[in-house]
Design a protein around this ligand. Sequence first.
Ligand code: HAM
Length: 413
Amino acid sequence: MPPDSARWERLIGRFARRAEGSGYGLIVQPVFEHTEVFRRVGEGTDVVQKEMYEFVDRGDRALVLRPEGTAAVMRAFVQHRPATPWKVWYVAPHFRYERAQKGRYRQHHQLGVEAIGTDDPALDVEVVAMAEGFLRDLGLRDIRLLVNSLGDTTCRPGYVDLLRAYFAEHADRLCNDSRGRYPTNPLRVLDCKRPECQEIAERAPALFEHLCDPCREHFEGVQRGLDAIGVKYEIDPRLVRGLDYYTRTTFEFTSSSLDAAQNALGGGGRYDRLSEDMGAPPAPGIGFGLGVERLLIACDAEGTFALGVRGLDVFVVDAVGGDSGFEATVVLAHDLRETGLRVDRGFGGRSVKAQIKAADRSAATYTAIVAPEEWSRGMVVVKHMESGDQHEVPRDEVGAWVRTRIDSAGARA
Ligand code: HAM
């Protein structure tokens, strides 16, 4: 709600500037998708198995409120086949049936990008750098960037076998969930937050040491690029992320201002097989999503990206009343708005005192008062609210008069 929503708006504006500055265009998508879009890509993940809001519509279609953005963007790509590389950004609500708490909601919002059509590591560098730059724009400092490579269908199966064998050796010390999970999905165990599992996972074999040559070269390229532009990162061999479609590069930004259980501000990675998993020709891609609510929590904790109170420029007050006051203030407010000033006014024939009070509340820089005697001479009383200084200004010149003063005050600030 206003006034807090002004910060939300500015956050999106900053992100748009970053994304558009790297050649990404806005994509706006439906809030719901065919269940199939997510089912195919996330059989082994909580987000898809346990957390989707699913429903059947009046035409018997199985639909979901989108739990994440990547598969939805890939669905659009597969359907419309735009020229590649196809680079899009979004800000959208996402829905997950989670245990709601601070930083974890059943409806959250993500700012994200997806770039589809090339597996060039330069794209990975661009995407990571964009997110990193945006977090810097917000003034966030308490951030870690973790990166990893999850390999591909050539090298990952061998590693998964190795990992399964390792966890089998230590199965008696894993938590119940992980013990049930490691035979089918040992990668997920690397992600388990229970201390007993983390201790075992710390000594597990690392995938980046078992990459095939093309994946190793790709990962080295990403690191070389990040080094070249001075982006600081840590390689985290246990970063597997919570969705199944990832291949090769994965990354996550964490903030120590958030609770440990949900300290990820955002993350992403490559999904080079997602298009084929949807039954379409190959189309490698990479992207990320940042949680808007978590970004704002982190900004609050670090005391940055504060809400700048920027009130109105002019508040129009009707001190004439009746039909002539009505007409005069309708025209004055309209003309001032047409000049690009931010203008509000009193309504409902309220007393002058009540209107002045409303002007104070609106934090307007100036009040333009249509008063009987001055108006009859074609003049408006313009009052600077902070100093109380008053001037008579010809009615057709109020806009230019205010604009000059606001611009020169802005230049002095
Ligand atoms: P994700 O890691 O599931 O990735 O979500 C991205 C970010 O959204 C999280 O890091 C977090 O900040 C925020 N988030 C997720 N769930 C919640 C929640 N319940 N409440 C508040 N914030 C939340 C994805 O969704 C991928 N689609 C990202 C991606 C794009 N990968 C490639 N391209």
